[in-house]
Ligand binder design. Structure first.
Ligand code: ZN
Ligand code: ZN
Length: 282
């Protein structure tokens, strides 16, 4: 997949996080959907982006031999990995016509893939829920997570950018990137993986999201609990006792609860404890 060199990508990403949605953000979402999606790549970087970007220490990147080699040869690497191999495999191994391989494997796949990535900077900075911090634009967006393999839990990601999972809740099916990182960790290729404690997440969410944090639940737990137990657990979660955060429920709050639109943790049913008036175990 060709999306600039490693060095360029990491530099722009660091500037984006440090100066999110300000003039110094390369894809400032305050400038609208088009600019943050693709417009920023169609023009020269603004003075603010360049000046603020210079303040960042990027020396660690040049100490990484992989980044250095990639920076030197990525023009050839991108041609082979992004365009030649996909079309070659499709044609020679799978017997497809060269021309059709070029259109589907190179053109359509590349354009679609780029746009899926761009949606993280545009849609996930505009549409969705903010269960961790309402002061910022980035939002939890399940659709972006689906197409970008897990990058759409963007409210969380901007609050805890150093969490390797880029999301707190959800399954591997909506965060394939984390799945692979976990597999690589098992064989030692990925290490020093960091994530915040539940307590840290919850106290930040309560302070800056203005309501209690969604609760993650499992079906097994739900089937063994009664209403009183559920409410007790909600109370415990509300009081920041994280022991029971994995407990419980499907919520019916006078109406059908839709985990896709109501919560940040699809496909797990999630609830916001402040909203609960009535609970039914399904
Ligand atoms: Zn990021
Ligand atoms: Zn972002």
């Amino acid at each position: 997949m060709f999306q600039n060199s490693l060095y360029d990508w990491v530099r722009d990403h660091r500037v984006h996080h440090k100066f999110s949605d300000t003039d110094a953000d390369p894809h400032n979402a305050q400038r609208g959907f088009f600019f943050s999606h693709i417009g920023w790549l169609m023009q020269k970087k603004s003075k603010a982006v360049i000046e603020k970007g210079r303040q960042l220490d990027l020396s660690d990147l040049f100490e990484d031999p992989l980044v250095v080699v990639f920076q030197k040869y990525y023009i050839y690497i991108r041609f082979v990995m992004c365009f030649f191999l996909p079309a070659y495999i499709n044609t020679v191994w799978l017997g497809e016509d060269w021309w059709i391989s070029f259109i589907t494997m190179d053109f359509i796949r590349y354009v679609a893939n780029l746009n899926f990535t761009f949606l993280v900077n545009s849609a996930a900075h505009m549409y969705g829920y903010k269960p961790y911090d309402t002061r910022i634009l980035p939002s939890e967006n399940v659709w972006v997570s689906i197409v970008s393999l897990g990058e759409g839990w963007h409210n969380y990601h901007h609050v805890f950018p150093w969490d390797y999972r880029a999301a707190e809740m959800g399954s591997y099916s909506l965060n394939l990137t984390t799945f692979w990182l976990d597999q690589f960790a098992k064989i030692g290729w990925a290490y020093d993986l960091k994530k915040p404690s539940d307590k840290m997440i919850r106290s930040h969410a309560e302070k800056y999201a203005g309501h209690d944090h969604p609760v993650e639940v499992t079906e097994e737990d739900a089937s063994t609990m009664d209403l009183e137990e559920i409410n007790d657990n909600i109370e415990i979660v509300r009081n920041n006792n994280v022991e029971s955060k994995d407990k419980l429920i499907e919520l019916i709050n006078g109406q059908t609860f839709d985990p896709v639109t109501e919560g940040g943790g699809f496909p797990f049913p999630t609830i916001q404890s402040g909203l609960i008036t009535e609970i039914e175990i399904l």
